[in-house]
Ligand binder design. Structure first.
Ligand SMILES: Nc1nc2c(ncn2[C@@H]2O[C@H](COP(=O)(O)OP(=O)(O)OP(=O)(O)O)[C@@H](O)[C@H]2O)c(=O)[nH]1
Ligand SMILES: [Zn+2]
Length: 298
């Protein structure tokens, strides 16, 4: 066993247990002390403590960090990702709230967003899904239509080139077909998951941990478990309004420099909502996020 320091990338996280890939060797890792600030995708410096174990000494500077938070704690989703695929489907119905929160988090972190509309073979619901997604495509988020089940080759032809040279995280509500897509895009994903859950000792009950897969050519794909909540408590009001891209053309047009775009007179954002230039759903969410951020602990 060598105690020479190594550099690795975190490929899975489960509680305070991490799995790192250092030149193809998988090492079970712990942090020093009680630190839990490590995310999948982090590049870390490690000191091996046995052939397959190591301690994380340092997290290298991150290019990006995607996370969610409430007033109690932050939950790191992934580090160093360059793009976010939000998987939605014609059925079951998807949540605008979750899409919008994800896009706001990604924009605030400097991560590119693409929306993947899966199950386009389901005619019922297709037109409605397309209409609902126009809000996002008109803001510049590309929408890609696929059917993982009935047209897998076409889905791969559409999406695989987008993964090249990128670090991509997929998120999606339960039932949208995210696992189906991962299995198409990452050959042997199931084998990798089995190995990771053995090494992390997560037991049989759960595959609900975030994990990173290497594709050829340096590209990586991160699969994250579904979640219901996407709090953005960490975003200041200034960051929030800038992360709503549809607000951008109107920012600075309000009469009051500290306008919060709620009930203020001569508010350019409220005018744009009234004129149908900003979707009401988006403005409602903005108000909701302002409200959540102002909740303080007693
Ligand atoms: N009709 C249709 N069904 C699909 C398609 N892709 C996936 N499904 C089905 O949708 C269901 C959910 O797919 P999964 O891939 O398990 O979805 P998931 O998003 O990973 O869902 P969870 O495992 O609950 O997180 C399964 O029954 C799939 O067979 C598709 O393109 N068309
Ligand atoms: Zn305003």
């Amino acid at each position: 066993m060598s105690t020479v320091k190594k550099t690795g990338i975190i490929i899975a996280a489960h509680g305070r247990h991490y799995l790192a890939d250092a030149d193809g060797t998988h090492l079970q890792c712990v942090t020093r002390g009680k630190k839990t600030n490590v995310a999948v995708g982090d590049i870390v410096e490690l000191t091996p403590t046995s052939n397959d174990q190591a301690v994380i000494d340092r997290i290298c500077e991150r290019k990006t960090l995607l996370y969610r938070s409430d007033q109690y704690k932050s939950k790191l989703l992934a580090a160093n990702v360059t793009q976010l695929f939000i998987v939605v489907a014609t059925e079951p119905s998807f949540s605008d709230d979750l899409i919008s929160r994800s896009t706001v988090a990604a924009d605030a972190a400097g991560i590119q967003v693409r929306l993947i509309l899966n199950k386009v073979d389901v005619a019922e619901g297709l037109e409605q899904a397309r209409t609902r997604l126009k809000v996002y495509s008109s803001m510049g988020y590309p929408v890609h239509e696929v059917s993982a089940r009935t047209r897998p080759e076409e889905a791969v032809a559409e999406l695989a080139p987008l993964l090249e040279n990128q670090s991509t995280i997929l998120i999606g509500q339960s039932g949208m077909g995210k696992s189906s897509l991962i299995n198409l895009l990452v050959p042997d994903a199931d084998i990798a998951v089995r190995e990771i859950s053995e090494k992390l000792d997560t037991g049989k009950h759960t595959t609900t941990f975030t994990r990173l897969y290497h594709l050829g050519g340096g590209a990586t794909v991160i699969d994250s478990p579904g979640f219901q909540e996407f709090g953005l408590y960490h975003l200041s009001e200034g960051m929030l309004e800038r992360a709503f891209r549809d607000f951008t053309p109107y920012l600075g047009g309000c009469k009051y420099y500290n306008c919060r775009h709620q009930q203020e007179p001569f508010c350019a954002i409220l005018d744009a909502v009234a004129a149908g230039k900003i979707a009401r759903m988006r403005h409602d969410l903005y108000g909701q996020l302002l409200h959540e951020s102002s909740q303080t602990l007693y």
